[in-house]
Design a protein around this ligand. Structure first.
Ligand code: NAD
Length: 309
């Protein structure tokens, strides 16, 4: 195994430490901690897990985190009323509605909800105003996962300027903002997607390759230039035995799969570790950074609201 493993837990801990003095200063000045309202609709097990990590991390960093739950049968109107109440709350500086919403809420429900969140409290950075500001390089609330990736690169001493970056995935929450942030740091960026031709050859031109497509182990060694930095954003739960065996061969995590019959893997095949220069593991890579950036965004939103910016 050649690649340097980029430790997301360690970088996330550093980000969270750097946020602490800001939380303390805000709390002293405002007479209350920065407040984050999280809304969870339904009982999706993955969402439960993400939300409980966010609540725990927020509490540990001195934030006030209020989790509001709605049943899977809730209507879009009920959810929008809750968002409206959080928009008007003095105690909440950030609002996060956990995605995905139950399918019964209808197509386009997530977008309607993101559009309804006060842009000043939009700690996920999904509101069109914040997305527009990102494009113009003047956003102060940017989507947590891609901004976490930039922090990871910076804090790991990986240069971005002038380098070739390839992002696989063009979603609004990861791929597109990721590409924009890399562009703003003066990388030469290519965005690839499910219709891209010669994907492996394009990816293999990258000095920095970001895999955000949601396909377990899809990115194999043929996608990677020797020595490249590979960022694995994927979080895929695998229950298929043959797939788990092929992706986890020789890893102690195979025993975990055998016990639980389910395991989380990234979009990058483990064989990439033999050829990449640096690689983020799954778990323990990008995931913890996303949470750290959520806390950072909440404090940023609180400070901006307090100073009337
Ligand atoms: P998405 O399904 O919205 O988008 C996937 C993108 O990948 C699409 O743009 C699609 O064009 C592209 N794609 C799909 N199949 C492809 C293929 N065969 N070849 C090339 N491109 C292909 O997913 P998303 O919300 O952007 O998430 C992507 C992955 O990142 C998922 O595994 C998700 O769980 C994970 N994720 C992780 C974090 C984190 O904190 N680490 C945060 C958000 C998402």
């Amino acid at each position: 195994m050649g690649a340097r493993l980029l430790d997301g837990l360690a970088v996330a801990a550093t980000i969270r430490e750097s946020v602490m003095p800001r939380v303390q200063a805000f709390t002293a000045r405002a007479g209350r901690p920065p407040g984050l309202g999280i809304v969870l609709v339904g009982d999706n097990p993955a969402s439960e897990l993400y939300v409980s990590s966010k609540v725990k991390a927020g509490g540990e960093s001195g934030l006030r985190v209020d989790l509001q739950r709605l049943p899977a049968t809730a209507t879009l109107d009920e959810l929008l009323r809750l968002v409206d109440a959080l928009n008007r709350s003095d105690q909440h500086d950030g609002i996060l509605v956990q995605d995905p919403l139950p399918e019964a809420m209808g197509k386009g429900a997530s977008q309607r909800v993101f559009d309804a969140i006060d842009p000043a409290k939009d700690v996920d950075g999904f509101h069109p105003i914040n997305v527009g500001k990102l494009v113009q390089q003047r956003a102060h609330l940017v989507a947590c996962t891609p901004s976490g990736v930039i922090e990871m690169l910076d804090r790991s001493g990986i240069a971005i300027e002038g380098r070739r970056a390839v992002v696989i995935g063009r979603s609004d929450i990861v791929g597109k903002p990721m590409a924009m942030l890399l562009l703003h740091r003066s990388a030469t960026v290519t965005i690839c997607h499910s219709k891209t031709r010669d994907l492996a050859a394009l990816a293999a031109e990258a000095d920095i390759l970001v895999a955000a497509l949601g396909r377990p182990g899809f990115v194999t060694r043929t996608f990677v230039k020797p020595g490249a930095t590979v960022i694995d954003v994927g979080i895929n739960r695998v229950t298929d035995e043959a797939l788990a065996r092929s992706l986890l061969a020789g890893s102690p995590r195979l025993a975990v799969f055998e016990r639980r019959r389910s395991i989380v893997v990234g979009d990058v095949h483990p064989e990439v570790a033999e050829i990449a220069g640096a690689l983020t593991p799954v778990p323990g890579g990008v995931g913890p950074l996303t949470i750290a950036m959520l806390l950072k965004n909440t404090v940023t939103a609180a400070e901006a609201r307090k100073s009337g910016k």
